[in-house]
Design a protein around this ligand. Structure first.
Ligand code: PLP
Length: 395
């Protein structure tokens, strides 16, 4: 018998994952080259060479009891120091090693933050569309997810509604920029406005509201667009970062959280989050990967490859008559379904071996997400199939 609390999680098991399984069946039937699977955000660009070289070097030259051993639950001090210095150089922040806790990717980092701050019944505000796992993470700690409806004209956060949704129970707000599933980067103007609403509400309600910045796509921004560093705009910001996409290491499960000194109750938060990291069952982030990150601190993914895909898919779909805003970051395209029920459109896509994720998997029905972290050929070869799909709707 499973626990009652697990039952809704099982019932709502990830549609994206199910789509991936479906893709495997189609690949077995038609051959992988004839299936256009845009369902999963699994980086198509390999990890930079530095990663392989660092692994080999570390395994050959560092004492096994160090490289494979336990360390402080927050992670290796030297690794945290290296990352802090890199952030300070890039963003003009003033972090020290103690402000960082190494985590098992962003998913675990978000769980650590929420475990650290949520009491049962506390509200966490999110902007639709959003990564649906946020709901599960918040429910893990008996929090309540509060959704703000999307502004489908821009997919920037709907700040007028946001203001209305903040209550005395609001403990945190999660933002994700560059954004999954729209590829939107929140502008500095948006961030400033968001920060000023939060300041105002904290004053008015006499509460502390943490801004959680979920940043797995920070490095994936195109056309030279700036991705503002949120701790500089709002003191009660906590950052959750991941190397899953930035260094193409999603299976290695490595990331970190940042709790700046300026955040309310910073010292207590850092101490509690370190313990949350341990008692969540992660204990500490993978040791070898921590050391790899420190060695590859300046390594970058091949953003040009994603950009090439972005242009080809965006231009190709627009030419066929599909509606979509041009993404500035991440590796997703959020396309308006030609029919109100986007699941019908997703099913029609499958007839042409095109796999897309329904927008309802991101609390935004009427749209579909295409993950363009695939081979360039997949995009080029998919366009004739999309043409057939478009003909069904646009004639
Ligand atoms: N947050 C968002 C918005 C994501 O899209 C993902 C993964 O796709 C995650 C968090 C989790 O990332 P990680 O692999 O670092 O746990």
């Amino acid at each position: 018998m499973i626990a009652d609390k697990m039952k809704p999680f099982v019932k709502n098991n990830s549609a994206i994952r199910m789509m991936f399984e479906e893709g495997n069946k189609l690949r077995a039937k038609y051959g992988p080259e004839n299936v256009f699977d845009f369902s999963l955000g699994n980086p198509s660009v390999p990890a930079p060479d530095c990663v392989r070289e660092a692994i080999i070097d570390l395994v050959n030259n560092v004492e096994p009891t160090v490289i494979h051993g336990y360390m402080s639950n927050a992670g290796f001090e030297d690794v945290r120091q290296t990352i802090a210095e890199s952030l300070n150089k890039r963003f003009g922040t003033a972090f020290a090693a103690k402000n960082l806790i190494m985590t098992v990717g962003a998913a675990s980092g978000l769980n650590v933050i929420l475990k650290t701050i949520l009491n049962p019944g506390d509200e966490v505000v999110v902007f639709a569309p959003y990564f649906l796992e946020y709901g599960s993470y918040v429910r893990n700690y008996d929090g309540v997810l509060v959704e703000v409806t999307p502004d489908t004209a821009t997919f920037q956060p709907n700040l007028a509604e946001f203001k209305e949704k903040i209550t005395p129970k609001t403990k945190a707000v999660i933002v994700n920029t560059p954004h999954n599933p729209t590829g939107v980067v929140y502008s500095e103007e948006t961030i400033k406005e968001l920060a000023s609403i939060l300041e105002e509400k904290q004053q008015e309600l006499g509460t502390v509201i943490y801004l959680i910045s979920d940043e797995p796509y920070r490095e994936l921004a195109y056309d030279g667009v700036e991705v503002p560093y949120l701790t500089k705009y709002y003191a009660n910001t906590v950052v959750g970062y991941s190397y899953s996409k930035s260094l193409s290491l999603p299976g290695e499960r490595i990331g970190y959280i940042v709790i700046p000194d300026e955040a309310d109750g910073s010292e207590e938060l850092i101490q509690a989050a370190t313990i949350a990291n341990r008692i969540s069952g992660a204990v500490n982030a993978p040791s070898l990967m921590q050391k790899v990150i420190a060695k590859c601190i300046d390594a970058q993914t091949d953003i040009a490859a994603y950009d090439k895909n972005r242009q080809a898919l965006y231009n190709g779909l627009k030419e066929l008559g599909f509606e979509c805003i041009k993404p500035q970051g991440a590796f997703y395209l959020f396309v308006k379904s030609p029919v109100p029920d986007e699941k019908e459109f997703v099913n029609a896509g499958k007839e042409f071996n095109i796999l897309m994720v329904p927008g309802s998997s991101f609390a935004c029905p009427g749209y579909v997400r295409l993950a363009y972290c695939v081979a360039y050929e997949t995009i080029i070869n998919s366009l004739p199939q999309f043409k057939k799909l478009a003909e069904r709707y646009f004639g």
